[in-house]
Design a protein around this ligand. Structure first.
Ligand code: CS2
Length: 511
């Protein structure tokens, strides 16, 4: 027998650990030694390790340059520690039927965990050798309020950072204090590059940094604002690659392909895309050699991805989880879910955006279905359904407004939101199932408290929208929309997700 059959293969303990002396030939992302730091990255997680790091390795391979990455995580202690134990090396495992690709980017110069002092991150941003500060901190990491779009001034962490904490807790606090130190010393230009799934992520980050500065004492404010105006840029970018959390199955795949043991490989789909504005104040790696697309107009790509991929992904996750499906491919192959997804894509998201000239919408959609069909990767519905309270507003707010303004009810967007509420804020007596229970959300406790006070789907839905701390208040001003979400939630609770989806299909076909 060539291979042992096992659903959760074990990593053989006698393999050597991946490090500088054991790295096998042919997998290193670039041929030279790790370069000096040019990039400070906030949000050292799996997405960063499979996206920016891989593009940067390719750019260094082609071009050299001091573009090493000093990275920090405020969430995780173990992975950064494991990275240090492996000489900052790890592998990215491409997972899809028929691929064996693996690469070791080898671009990091430091990996700080959540037990490190964030003053070190600020100090690194402050160094003149730092040319770019990059962020992948998730939608929640920007600590903004959905009702004002500015900093969330109710957050104790934001308050602490504004009050002058020497070790800022928030990403915006760390960036702004780093910029402040630069302004007060060498004043060299720098770029702040958000790589998160936010609408106009660069503009939004600039807005939050400026908001932070405006709240500082007047004597600090003036010089810092002048420095930001003259010397700091915030390009917009669209990032795309489906990347999962690491488990033993991925460790076994990495060991098999590498012949050495990697404790922290990153599982990722082979597909990758990055579109960004070429607005860098102090130079940049030639990321285009890795396939990055530079354009003045990121917005059409950004909306295409946020709505078609991410928006539909949310629907697949919530409908799938409520239907007992563990993974996105399992969900996507349920006929009723595929039907809802196609209606959502073609009738509800596509009409709200301008497809970039270089993209064929039908091909893009078929490519999405093929990515969602990757059953070897087996993206969990609980991963995509997590953080919905901060993700969904980025995906649905403008599309809902667009349709309501045209007198049309976006049935499958309503169904997505109802699915989210059913999973994250189940009313007393309703059981959404294990995959919904496994979803994590910063608003879960708040929403559970709210759900405990409500006895009907209508009460709960209105309470969530009126509270204004998840969805933008403009949506609560659309009573027809909120009522329709409530009706779907009621149907999910009383008759199940399949009946609710059948109602959405029926109602959509009448538009
Ligand atoms: C997903 C994204 O978590 C989610 O909601 O839609 O993580 C998605 O996998 C990435 O944006 C793909 O680029």
């Amino acid at each position: 027998m060539k291979e042992m059959l096992s659903t959760e293969p074990r990593v053989s303990g006698d393999l050597a650990l991946l490090n500088e002396s054991t790295i096998p030939p042919g997998v290193r992302g670039h041929s030279g030694p790790t370069p000096h730091t040019g990039i400070v990255h906030i949000g050292l997680g799996n997405f960063h390790r499979a996206h920016l790091s891989v593009y940067t390795a390719k750019a260094i391979d082609a071009d050299g340059g001091d573009w090493g990455i000093f990275a920090s995580s405020s969430m995780d202690r173990d992975m950064p520690a494991a990275l240090v134990a492996q000489d900052l090396l790890y592998s990215v495992v491409d997972i899809a039927p028929g691929t064996q690709a693996i690469t070791v980017p080898a671009v990091h110069t430091a990996a700080l965990g959540c037990d490190a002092d964030s003053a070190d991150v600020v100090a690194e941003i402050a160094k003149a050798g730092t040319k770019i500060v990059t962020l992948t901190v998730t939608e929640a990491g920007y600590t903004f309020s959905p009702s004002t779009n500015g900093l969330n001034l109710d957050s104790p962490l934001v308050q602490g950072d504004l009050a002058g904490a020497t070790s800022p807790a928030t990403a915006i606090g760390q960036v702004t204090r780093g910029l402040q130190a630069r302004a007060l010393t060498h004043g060299a230009p720098v770029t702040v590059l958000s790589c998160d799934n936010l609408v106009d992520n660069g503009d939004h980050t600039a807005h939050l940094v400026r908001h932070f500065v405006e709240l500082l004492p007047a004597d600090e404010r003036g010089p810092l604002l002048a420095y930001i105006d003259s010397s700091v840029t915030f390009p917009n970018s669209m990032v795309d690659r489906i990347v999962l959390a690491t488990d033993n199955r991925h460790r076994a795949m990495a060991a098999k392909r590498l012949g050495v043991r990697d404790a922290i490989p990153v599982p990722a789909e082979p597909f990758t895309m990055w579109v960004l504005q070429d607005n860098f104040a102090a130079g940049r790696p030639r990321w285009e050699v890795g396939g990055a697309i530079f354009t003045d107009d990121v917005a059409p790509y950004d909306l295409l991805k946020l709505r078609l991929l991410n928006g539909t992904h949310s629907l697949l996750a919530y409908l799938g989880a409520l239907d007992g499906q563990a993974t996105i491919p399992d969900a996507r192959f349920q006929g009723f879910i595929e039907h809802a997804a196609r209606t959502l894509l073609n009738d509800e998201y596509l009409p709200t955006l301008t497809v970039p000239a270089a993209i064929d919408a039908d091909e893009y959609i078929e490519q999405l279905f093929s990515r969602w069909s990757n059953s070897v990767l087996a993206d969990p519905t609980s991963r995509v359904g997590s953080l919905g309270s901060v993700k969904l507003p980025q995906r649905i707010t403008e599309p809902v407004q667009h349709h309501i303004a045209h007198g049309v009810m976006p049935e499958n967007i309503c169904l997505t939101v109802a699915g989210f509420l059913a999973c994250i804020a189940p009313l007393d007596g309703y059981e959404p199932g294990p995959f919904a229970r496994a979803m994590l959300d910063p608003a879960k406790d708040r929403l559970a408290t709210l759900a405990a006070k409500c006895s009907t789907a209508k009460e709960l839905t209105w309470a969530v929208f009126e509270q204004g701390d998840v969805f933008a208040p403009v949506l609560a001003e659309q009573p027809g929309f909120v009522d329709r979400v409530a009706q779907y939630l009621d149907l999910i609770i009383t008759s199940g997700i399949r009946t609710a989806a059948a109602e959405a299909a029926r109602a959509s076909s009448h538009h």
